[in-house]
Design a protein around this ligand. Structure first.
Ligand SMILES: *Cc1c(COP(=O)(O)O)cnc(C)c1O
Length: 220
C-alpha cells in the first residue's frame, strides 16, 4: 500500500466519476476508514460530484456509512451558482475569521446553497428522490437487456450513472449522435457513457430522455 509513516491524509472519491462511474465496494471503504482511523491518518472524501443527494443520500459517505475527517462539496450545492465547501468534524482546527478568501462565504452563493438544500431535502424527505433513481435505474437495465450487443452493463449509483459500452467506438458514436437528438450524455473512462440528470428530473423527462437515447442507439 502507498500509505506509510509520512502519510498525513488519504483523499478519495467514493464513485470515480471521470474514471468510468465506478463505485468502490462498501466493505473496502469501511476497511480503509477503520485502517486510517487506527493509524491516526485523516480520511478526506471528495464529494464534489457525489454530494448533495447525487447518490440518493445527502452524502455518498452516508451511503457507505463512514465518517470522514474532511468532506468537500461544490457543483450541485449551488444549483449553478459557484460555491465550494470544506466540512470537517474537527471543529477546533479553524475558528471564524481565521480562514479568509476573496470570494469565500459570500452572501449570494450561500443563499443559493441554502435554497438548493431546501428544495432537495424536501424531495428527499418525501421519498421522491428515491423513486426517481429507482425509475432511472430500471430504464438503464431495460436498455442493457434490449441492446446487449452494444452494452455490457449499467454502472454507478443514484443519479450518477453510466452504461459500459462494448467498445470505445460505440461510446463516442453515442455521445456524438445523442447531441443531434438534443440529449447530452458524456464520456467517462474508455468505454462508459455517462448520465448525470438533474436530481429534480421528472418521470416524463426521464421517459423523453430515454426515447431520444433509444433513437440515438437504434441505428448503431
Ligand atoms: C469538478 C470536480 C472537482 C474540481 O472542481 P473545480 O471547481 O473544477 O476545481 C474536484 N473533484 C471532483 C470529484 C469533481 O468532479
Amino acid at each position: 500500500m502507498a500509505i506509510d509513516d509520512e502519510t498525513v491524509a488519504v483523499l478519495i472519491e467514493l464513485v470515480q466519476g471521470e474514471g468510468g462511474v465506478q463505485p468502490f465496494e462498501k466493505d473496502e471503504i469501511q476497511k480503509l476508514a477503520a485502517h486510517l482511523k487506527g493509524k491516526g491518518i485523516l480520511l478526506i472524501v471528495d464529494e464534489v460530484q457525489t454530494g448533495v443527494y447525487r447518490t440518493g443520500e445527502f452524502l455518498a459517505s452516508n451511503l457507505y456509512q463512514i465518517e470522514p475527517d474532511i468532506i468537500t462539496l461544490a457543483k450541485g450545492l449551488g444549483g449553478g451558482v459557484p460555491i465550494g465547501v470544506v466540512m470537517t468534524k474537527h471543529k477546533d482546527i479553524l475558528v471564524p475569521g481565521e480562514h479568509g478568501s476573496t470570494f469565500g462565504g459570500n452572501y449570494l452563493s450561500t443563499v443559493a446553497g441554502l435554497a438548493v438544500l431546501d428544495v432537495l431535502s424536501t424531495l428527499y424527505d418525501s421519498g421522491s428522490i428515491d423513486e426517481t433513481l429507482v425509475y432511472f435505474s430500471q430504464k438503464l437495465k431495460e436498455i442493457v437487456s434490449k441492446y446487449d450487443h452494444l452494452f455490457e452493463k449499467e454502472v454507478g449509483l443514484g443519479l450518477m450513472r453510466g452504461l459500459r459500452a462494448k467498445s470505445a467506438e460505440v461510446q463516442s458514436n453515442i455521445v456524438k449522435n445523442a447531441m443531434e437528438e438534443g440529449l447530452i450524455v458524456l464520456k467517462a473512462g474508455r468505454n462508459t457513457v455517462r448520465f448525470l440528470p438533474s436530481i429534480t428530473i421528472s418521470k416524463n423527462e426521464i421517459d423523453e430522455g430515454f426515447k431520444r437515447f433509444e433513437k440515438t442507439i437504434s441505428t448503431l
